[in-house]
Design a protein around this ligand. Structure first.
Ligand code: T1G
Length: 696
């Protein structure tokens, strides 16, 4: 007898009777119905049982737990499947072999192997709330269960390629437009409709075979494929999966179905073993570990349920500057109304323009309707009356980076805000405990460190002070999810995780420049590694005056061997904002954002190095990369030992989502642990380098 999620009765009865003979197979493998090897074996048995059961007229496949399925189990890719292992491919082959009609009834997420499974069915019905996606490329993979062969045949090579290269989910409506699904029906009628369709005239069977056999018009193929290869990054720059995916779609255009399937399987297997995919799969799970906070971090007095997150329905922001307005937009985009307090009318006017400018830009991009943009704009209220913060559930201070100024703000907020309100600071370096002590609610004080631009950058460092409660931290993680941010917990230390590591990275870059390697070469070496920009262009973007102020705030240990930074600031070369810093900028080149090498700076480095007795020498690109990456990893290791960072994966998420670390390298800590990668400590690499006489 087939397991309970299945209904049956003999042939030749009314439609109602027929429906009773439909076997409903429910994908049920909590939490996301992942099609793991183990679960696929069970599923295969169910499908094969339904096929041989004469009392079964047709099959409907649907999902439990609020979704269809999240696709293959990503954990399975870390182990070699055994010959007897059953995979999504085997389940799909069984559906393909089935004589009986198989209908996919999709509600919620249908991702990866879940979409491929549905593509093998005779008919696909979805609810309006369904979301379909083939996100494999985000894991450095390609749809490896027939998706690259069936989808181009079903919707055409170009739309199929675009859908798979993007990897993002689409709505049921869009999937219907594209032809990926056949019908949308209300959730309450989904199973009913699927059963009726499954028992409908047997026409679909023929159509399904037609999909497999259909030869796509040749002429469309090569153009699409050639074009696509040009539009994706080079393999070394994280484009490996994209190029293999395009090769697989090329097979769907040029080869008979089964040959295409074999090509897809070979390309998939290459990617599963590839370093970029292993790195991206590491990031997938590292991201899901972020909010798992070890109980040791909650103060002994707190009971377990004290970590129940508090609701956040109204937010407040103090300071309408660049960060303040970006943070306000972030809250509004998440549907949380926000009050922005600032006594400076000019700043408020500028912030208002920034806010409306951002929402109108989203209208132009088709991401928002006019009405939605207006509503979001209205949900941000600017005022100079601090008492309007009294009902806020969380207030983020984003004023000038000065401890005394911020302390005064916290004292004021503590008096105004309601007792359970969280008081957060957007400081990027200052001491959270010093601000908490200015209030009577240190357990509700934390750092919420957004990155520029706050409404775009996905990273949010959640900084806990000595007395920050588990409930405050839990509320912050909940808020991060609502704001669609990657919340990473950091201890309270200078520069927290990201900035503390970047200080050492920039110090090592300066050390190389003092040894005669030009800033342009150093930046080029890091771009070659996959960073969007190098350390000197990054310093120019954030402002050399800021860099110098932070260096001074860090005290003597931060002082470099030379005064290049001090002298550049003295020369009013503050970076991009003054069109000159470590590089010079020209409005006519790359909208004034393209760094142009400047011999003035190279001479300044040489002069300062001479004064400091630093001998000039050659350094290879590999040495440049090794020293800068080692600087990150060395400091990362120390932050783990000091408990400032919880896990290496947390550091990797900080660097990939906050500092442009190339995701296909998995983040600094993952990269350093990758077999074959040897990262000597930055110091030993530097000393080693200096042993090599310049003109050996
Ligand atoms: N495999 C294994 N575990 C998964 C998983 C998956 N595909 N998806 C989610 N999980 C775990 C996750 O680690 C977490 O575990 C829990 O489920 C809840 O996830 C053959 C090769 C579905 C939109 O890339 O996008 O099919 O931390 O916290 O926010 O061609 O999970 O609780 O222990 O993210 O509600 C392609 C990935 C696979 C989809 C739900 N599929 N998943 O989001 O929950 S490759 C994906 C998601 C494939 C075929 C190929 C999201 C979600 P834990 P969560 P959520």
């Amino acid at each position: 007898m087939i397991p309970s999620s299945f209904e049956s009765a003999p042939f030749g009865r009314s439609a109602q009777d027929d429906r009773e003979h439909v076997c409903i197979i429910t994908l049920d493998n909590p939490p996301v119905n992942a099609l793991s090897f183990v679960y696929c074996a069970k599923l295969l048995a169910e499908i094969e049982a339904a096929e041989v059961d004469e009392s079964v007229s047709a099959v409907v496949i649907t999902g439990a737990n609020g979704l269809f399925t999240a696709g293959a189990d990503v954990n399975d890719f870390n182990s070699e499947p055994l010959p007897e292992t059953k995979t999504v491919r085997d389940v799909i082959a069984a559906i393909e072999r089935a004589r009986k009609t198989v209908v996919a009834a999709i509600d919620g997420n249908a991702l990866g192997g879940g979409v491929e499974l549905a593509l093998a069915c005779d008919y696909r019905i979805a609810t309006p709330n369904a979301k379909l996606g083939l996100p494999e490329i985000r894991l450095g993979l390609l749809p490896g269960a027939g998706g690259t062969q069936r989808l181009p045949r079903l919707i055409g090579a170009r739309p199929a390629l675009e859908f798979m290269l993007k990897g993002s989910s689409i709505s049921a409506e869009r999937a219907l437009e594209l032809g990926i699904i056949d019908e949308i029906t209300p959730a309450a009628e989904l199973i009913e409709r699927a059963m009726t369709t499954a028992n409908g005239p047997k026409r679909r069977l023929s159509e399904r075979n037609a999909i497999i056999a259909k030869e796509l018009p040749a002429q469309a193929g090569p153009f699409v494929v050639a074009q696509a290869h040009k539009m994706v990054p080079a393999e070394a720059k994280g484009g490996l999966a994209a190029h293999k995916l395009i090769d697989a779609v090329q097979a769907s255009v040029e080869l008979p179905f089964n040959f295409g399937l074999a090509r897809e399987a070979r390309l998939f297997d290459e990617l599963v073993r590839s370093k970029p995919s292993q790195a991206l799969r590491h990031l997938f799970f590292a991201e899901r570990e972020l909010s798992k906070i070890p109980p040791s971090l909650s103060s002994r007095a707190e009971s377990r349920d004290a970590a129940e997150p508090l609701p956040i329905e109204l937010a407040g922001v103090v300071g309408a500057g660049t960060m303040g307005s970006g943070i306000a937009i972030t809250f509004a985009q998440a549907g949380i109304p926000v009050v922005v307090v600032d006594n400076n009318d000019e700043a408020v006017d500028k912030a208002r323009q920034t806010v409306m400018g951002m929402f109108m830009y989203q209208v132009q991009k088709g991401k928002l309707t006019q009405e939605e943009a207006w509503k979001r704009g209205q949900s941000i209220r600017f005022t100079d009356d601090w008492s309007e913060l009294a009902e806020a559930d969380v207030i983020v201070e984003a004023v000038f980076e000065n401890l005394d100024v911020k302390r005064e703000v916290f004292r004021k907020l503590d008096a105004i805000a309601k007792p359970q309100a969280l008081l957060a600071t957007n400081t990027s370096t200052l001491d959270i405990d010093a601000l908490a002590q200015a209030t009577k609610r240190p357990d509700k004080v934390l750092g919420l460190h957004f990155f520029v631009p706050a409404n775009i950058m996905p990273l949010l460092e959640i900084v806990r002070g000595r007395e920050t409660s588990a409930q405050t931290i839990a509320t912050a993680f909940n808020l991060a999810k609502k704001l669609r941010k990657k919340g990473v917990l950091s201890g309270n230390a200078f520069g927290f995780i990201g900035n503390r590591m970047i200080f050492d990275y920039v110090r090592e870059a300066n050390a190389l420049a003092e040894e005669g390697v030009t800033p342009a070469r150093i930046d080029a070496a890091m771009r070659e590694f996959g960073f969007p920009m190098g350390p000197f262009a990054m310093s120019d973007l954030s402002g050399l005056d800021i860099g110098l102020a932070v260096q001074k705030a860090r005290g003597p240990e931060a002082n470099g061997r030379t005064n290049v930074l001090e002298r550049l600031v003295g020369m009013k070369r503050l970076g991009q904002k003054t069109m000159a810093g470590f590089f010079k900028y020209d409005k006519s080149v790359g909208k004034g954002r393209e760094p142009i090498a400047d011999p003035v700076v190279e001479q300044l480095f040489a002069e300062e190095a001479r004064n400091a007795g630093i001998a000039p020498r050659e350094a290879s690109d590999d040495e440049i990369r090794e020293r800068l990456l080692s600087a990150l990893v060395d400091r990362g290791q120390k932050l783990l030992e000091e408990g400032i960072a919880l896990r290496p994966g947390d550091i990797d998420i900080v660097y990939v989502y906050g500092y442009g670390f190339p995701p296909h390298h998995g983040g600094p800590m993952w990269y350093a642990s990758t077999p074959g990668v040897i990262l000597r400590s930055a110091r030993s690499a530097r000393l080693e380098g200096q042993k090599v006489p310049t003109h050996a």
